[in-house]
Structure formats: C-alpha cells, structure tokens
Design a protein around this ligand. Structure first.
Ligand code: ZN
Length: 561
C-alpha cells in the first residue's frame, strides 16, 4: 500500500550482502511452528480446499527475510526477490510474457532533497520565520521542485474540484501564482470513489494548474494519518521516484510540494482570522471548510539530487484453453517492492514489508503453485504481474498499464492484492470496488462460497481505492477489485487494525515476527482463486456498472472499443 500523495517519503538503497538464493524449485519447507506467531489461535479451524496458509507463509518468509533488505525499487534486494519469483514461475511452467523473459524493464528518475542547501520560511509582514525541516514541515520530492520560490498563501479547504457534483474548492479564490494550503480528505457529501479520484496527484493538479497555482502545502488529515509524523519525518531525506519520460509527467508546472506537520500548522493561520483547531474540528467531521487568503507567505529554497535507475515488472502467463477466449486475460497483480533500508526504529533499519506486500506476492505465488492441481486450463488466460515501484507512487503498474506486454484491450479484469492483513479471523471481507463492476458481484459470490460476508470500503477517507495498483488498471478501463480482511465498525478488530497501521505500517516491525492468522490467509486465497477462475471461465467480460464513475475509462462505454 502506498502512502497518500504528499505524505510520501522513501527509503534509500545502501548496501547489499551476498545471498544464496533459495534454489529449491518447489515451495520452501513447512515452517517451524515454534518460531513464529503464525497460526496461533486458529490451529484447529478446518483448512480450506486448496490452501492451508502454511505454504503462503513460507513464501512470505522468503520474500520478507532480512537478506532481501526490504526490496527497494531498483535495489539488489528487490532483484533477488524477483529472481526467486522467476524460479517459482518457471517451475510452475508459466510462460514468460515480459519484454525480456519474465522481466519488463522500467526506467525511473530518483530525486533526493539536499537539506543542508534547502530551506523553508514563513514571511509575516516582512518578518521572516524560518521553518524547521522535519519538525515543522518537509519537502515532497515527488514533484520537480523549483530551486527558489516565494509566494502568497491561500487556504483552499480540501483543494478539490469535482465537476460531476459542481463542487469546487477553488471557486472565487484568486490563485494566480499562489501556493495553496489544503487538508487531505474530502467532505462527506462527496462519494468515496469520486473523492479518491480527484485527490490523486494528477487529477488534483489539472484543476490547480488551470487556476494558476504554483504549489501545494498539504496538512495531513489527522483522522486519516496511518503513519505518525515522527516516522514520516524520519525518512524525509530518502529519494522519491518518478517514471522517466514526458508521457508520465502529471504534475509539471508544480514548483512546490510541502507536507506540514499538523501539530505545528497553526503558524500558517496566524493573522488569518481562523485557527487550526477550528479547521481540524471541521475536517474530523468531514464538513465543508471555509476558504480564505492567509496573512503569511512562503519562501522556499530546494536543492535536489537527481539520478536515473532501472527496475522491472515481472509478467507470466497461464494460457487459456478456449480458442477465442484465451486471447483475453484475467490479471492478478501484486507489488513486490517495498521501502528498503531506512532510518532505524528500535535498532532495526530493514523495512521488511512482510504484509506490505510480501503477503500479496506470496498469494500470487501460491495461486501459481495451485494451478497444477486444477488439472485443466480455464477458458481465458491468466496473467500474473509482480509490479515494481508501487511504494513510489504506483509506478510499475502505471508503466505496465501504459505499455502492456499483452495486446492492449485484452485485459478483462484485475484482481490486485496488497497488504490484505490476515491478522484476525476472516468474518468479513472488504472489497474495494465492490459496487463499481460485475467483478465486485463476482467477488461477493466467491466470498459467499466460503461463508464470508463482504462490505464496501468502511473507511473511504483513507483513499485505499486509489492507493494501490488496481487504480492504474481502472484508469485503463479494466474492471478491478482489491480485497482485504475486514472488520465491523466499532468491533475490537477495528482497534487491532488501527494499532497495526500505527505501529507496523511502513515500519521495520512489519516483519516476520508478528501475529498472523494462517487459516484466514488460506481462506482469503481460496476466495481469490475462486474469483480468478470464475472470471476466467465466465461467459462474458465483467462490465462496469452504469452508475460507476469509473465506467468513463472503459473503451466500450465511449463506443471506441
Ligand atoms: Zn506500502
């Protein structure tokens, strides 16, 4: 799972140690139950038909081991993990459909702030108040920062424009050459999918650019902060990445991107007639926000180190059996990359990413392994895509969907797996995209077969729908779902998930030493497998619902297909 835009920090590659790659062509041995919490409390529950969770956990153990060094995009650690995955794909007999074997190379530009040559200050009527980088605010190098900038500030609420609803936070404001201050999030009146879509970096910037805005200071929505400020700040000088090439530039013209510590943000509102507390109270209630010019200006100096690097997606095919339908693909995707090595927390600097997202990659490997037992080929082909650069902003999937290695238009469904969190018994499955397409209905049916209820995203303000790789498939018209182990609002499980995010999400403690429910993992895999096969054998392509906002991206909807 990727952090929301403007909250983004990344971790650099530093070293690698020689590593004896797992040579085995079959899944690794059954784990030693005594050495992990995995499976605690659920040992007596019945196993599902194809998956017991143990094989899955063994894959996680390989991919999230310390010697993979957190699988940073472009690192030797990720390359090592990719080599392991390729061994599994080969041994399962899957066909390579990358551009070079299973690999599809992806070119990146990385950007790293040089703080000693960079600064931020607020200016109040000629008085300069320097900001402390890290404590007060941090630069976001996901955009190409201008070396120098000075601009007046305007508070623009959520900074959102939603044409479908006639909603416009920019209306009536003079934003020419201004930097806007905004809160992440959206008012309750905007449905989740729309709110998510228009908060994406590119969509947001389209409207802001038109209004003449030069930059954005984002105050993270305090109700949706997955990561405490201390952790955001600690890794602020690690490089961020962008896809190389003009076709991928979404924020050109944006000269400034800053994330402001919500606890220090009152200083932005001094003299404005409004207070931070007053605004945060509205944000917490998801209420509309006032919009007004601020009494302070911003002065920024940014020095950025840029360099180019290469990583890769992995693409493998299990061919379909129907002479015609085999030319269509059901795509299973998961990101293999994570954050790499970073600032130590409790002495640990390896961000293993066991749940994020060795867990999802392991589901794909386990599905691949289970194909043998199927004894036949489904009608449509299955495409397994292990993407890179997800943590850098869904970049590997963005590249793959822009330059698919199968015929454009042949991908009929995407099931993306990212951090599905099997940390409680699986009673309810959250399906992102549940109400958007026939694939959502098929997911409901697949879950029902396992006695599991489904629900739509219970926390739409977290923007999960646009925060993983399914979003790039959606933007290319492919009906998609992502599914995660869910909880009922107000249940004790909700606290477990909240604590997991606060303590382990994007921290070194998302490692192999954490409680995992293997029965839940197995049941989840069973649902994914069933959905995958139903989609591959189904009579027709899943379609977007007529009511779905995302239908506009489907080629058939515009008649050009
Ligand atoms: Zn993540």
């Amino acid at each position: 799972m990727k952090k929301p835009f403007l909250l983004f920090v990344t971790i650099s590659v530093i070293t690698f140690t020689l590593f004896a790659l797992a040579q085995s062509q079959s899944p690794p041995a059954i784990p030693d139950e005594g050495k992990t919490h995995a499976g605690e409390g659920s040992a007596t529950a019945p196993a599902t038909e194809h998956f017991d969770g143990k094989v899955w956990w063994n894959y996680v153990k390989v991919l999230a081991a310390d010697d993979m060094e957190g699988r940073e995009t472009g690192s030797t650690g990720l390359r090592k993990a990719q080599d392991y995955v390729v061994e599994q794909l080969k041994s399962a007999g899957l066909e390579p459909v990358g551009t070079k074997g299973y690999f599809q190379a992806v070119q990146f530009v990385s950007r790293q702030i040089v703080e000693k040559d960079s600064s931020l200050a607020l200016i109040h009527g000629g008085q300069v108040e320097p900001l402390a980088l890290g404590d007060d605010a941090i630069f976001n190098t996901r955009v190409d920062l201008a070396p120098k900038l000075e601009a007046s500030l305007v508070f623009a609420g959520y900074g959102l424009t939603v044409p479908e609803l006639g909603y416009n936070d920019l209306a009536g404001l003079d934003l020419r050459d201004k930097v806007i201050v905004i809160f992440g999030g959206a008012p309750a009146e905007i449905p989740g999918a729309l709110a998510s879509h228009y908060q994406s970096a590119g969509e947001r910037w389209k409207a802001l650019r038109k209004a003449g805005v030069r930059g954005i200071i984002n105050i993270p929505n305090p109700t949706a902060m997955d990561i405490p400020w201390s952790r955001i700040s600690a890794n602020r000088t690690h490089p961020s990445m962008a896809l190389k090439g003009a076709e991928f530039e979404e924020t050109s013209g944006q000269d400034l991107a800053v994330t402001f510590n919500p606890e220090r943000a009152q200083k932005l509102f001094e003299g404005s007639g409004h207070t931070l507390d007053e605004l945060v109270a509205l944000v917490k209630e998801r209420k509309p926000l006032p919009r007004f010019p601020l009494a302070v200006s911003i002065r920024a100096k940014a020095s950025v180190n840029k360099k180019e690097l290469e990583s890769a997606n992995l693409v493998a095919e299990f061919p379909g059996s129907d002479p015609k339908l085999k030319n269509e693909y059901v795509v299973l995707s998961a990101h293999l990359d994570h954050l790499g090595l970073g600032e130590p927390i409790n002495g640990d600097r390896i961000y293993n990413g066991a749940m994020d997202n060795a867990s999802g990659s392991a589901v794909l490997l386990d599905l691949v392994g289970s194909l043998r037992k199927l004894g036949r080929h489904p009608k449509r082909s299955l495409l397994f895509v292990f993407v890179t650069g997800e943590e850098k902003g869904l970049l590997g999937s963005r590249y793959f969907t822009a330059h698919p290695t199968v015929k454009p238009g042949s991908m009929i469904a995407n099931i993306n797996i990212d951090m599905f969190l099997p940390i409680v018994p699986l009673k309810v499955l959250t399906v992102y995209g549940l109400g958007e397409s026939d694939l959502g209905d098929m997911a409901r049916e697949a879950a029902r077969e396992q006695g599991v209820q489904v629900q739509a995203d219970p926390e739409p303000q977290r923007n999960a729908f646009i925060r993983s790789d399914q979003y790039n498939f959606i933007r290319h018209g492919v009906p998609a779902v992502a599914m995660g182990v869910g909880f009922e609002k107000g249940s004790p499980e909700q606290d477990l998930f909240k604590n997991w995010r606060t303590q382990r999400y994007h921290a070194p403690s998302d490692d192999l030493d954490q409680p995992v429910d293997l029965v839940t993992a197995g049941k989840y895999e069973e649902i994914v497998r069933s959905l995958m096969i139903h989609a591959a054998d189904g009579p027709g392509r899943p379609l977007w619902k007529a009511s779905s906002f995302f239908r506009r991206y489907a080629p058939m909807a515009s008649g050009s297909y």
